[in-house]
Design a protein around this ligand. Structure first.
Ligand SMILES: NC(=O)c1ccc[n+]([C@@H]2O[C@H](COP(=O)([O-])OP(=O)(O)OC[C@H]3O[C@@H](n4cnc5c(N)ncnc54)[C@H](O)[C@@H]3O)[C@@H](O)[C@H]2O)c1
Length: 261
């Protein structure tokens, strides 16, 4: 069995996914930077390689089952195996539920929910092909604090993140016998392009000025500052390490103390 651990991280061209890729590379993982945007995924992979880490990029759309198979194949072709698959890619929509169109709903569920299911399927198939004995292999999904308590104006998004917790629990139960764990991380308010978009759309809907809503929501953070991708990555590093081998089916909030459940 190879000592080199290998991870695929979807949506890792920027934001939280990039933070996770950087951290796992520092932890000794070879990383596959998988993203819809070939420009950012290649730039992130190049940045990591220039720092002496093992990284490659692959472009694809998580809403397509075949693209997850491509991401897994890239890991196997480049690094020989797969240890950890991180379904990080996701999108937000800022709308009243009343205004959601069938196209909106189809799009957000295709990426945030079907995308995670296809990732679970592709990873589990590869894990079951590998002769890894009792070595624990890991699937890690991005849920959210909105996957525990729904947010207004983020109703469809919240529903997808609740669904991610459901997929995490059910797949953990089904895959445990194959020495595969499935857990989720639930970030709070992270200062990425996603929150820039949320803030911008809230200004359009409710009025006010740029940055106002991020500031307003940030007031609910006990630790008094907006979360960074590194804060999330510190926890995902644990989930991707052998230290979490006895944990499965969980969806922990890493949010600086916004919700206490
Ligand atoms: N930012 C937050 O406050 C926050 C909070 C809780 C949960 N999350 C979750 O964390 C994850 C990452 O969020 P982020 O803030 O880094 O977002 P982001 O928008 O900054 O980055 C998302 C990345 O995913 C990629 N992507 C989008 N659609 C894709 C698709 N169909 N196929 C492949 N890649 C695709 C984008 O190109 C981008 O690189 C998401 O699942 C999000 O829901 C974010």
């Amino acid at each position: 069995m190879a000592d080199q651990r290998v991870a695929v991280i979807t949506g890792s061209g920027r934001g939280i996914g990039k933070g996770i890729a950087e951290r796992l590379a520092k932890d000794g993982y070879a990383v596959v930077i998988a993203d819809l945007d070939p420009g950012t995924s290649e730039a992130t992979a190049q940045e990591l390689v220039s720092k002496g880490f093992k990284a490659v990029s692959v472009a694809g759309d998580v809403s397509k089952k075949a693209d997850h198979e491509k991401f897994v194949q890239k890991a196997v072709d480049e690094f020989g195996r797969l240890d950890t698959y991180i379904n990080n890619a996701g999108i937000a929509q800022i709308k009243l539920l009343q205004d959601e169109t069938p196209e909106d709903i189809e799009k957000i569920f295709s990426i945030n929910v079907y995308g995670d299911l296809y990732g679970i399927q592709a990873a589990a198939e590869q894990f079951r092909k590998q002769d890894d004995g009792e070595r624990i292999r890991k699937i890690i999904n991005a849920s959210s604090i909105a996957g525990h308590i729904a947010f207004d104006l983020l109703g469809a998004y919240s529903a997808t993140k609740f669904a991610v917790r459901g997929l995490t629990q059910a797949s953990a139960k089904e895959l445990g016998r194959y020495h595969i764990t499935v857990n989720a991380y639930c970030p709070g308010i992270v200062g990425t392009a996603m929150w820039d978009l949320i803030d911008e759309k809230m200004v359009e809907l409710n009025g006010g000025e740029k940055g106002q809503y991020l500031k307003q929501y940030a007031q609910s953070i006990t630790l008094g500052r907006v979360e960074t991708p590194e804060d999330v990555a510190n926890y995902v590093s644990y989930l991707a390490s052998t230290d979490s081998d006895y944990m499965t089916g969980q969806a922990v909030q890493i949010d600086g103390g916004i919700q206490f459940i």
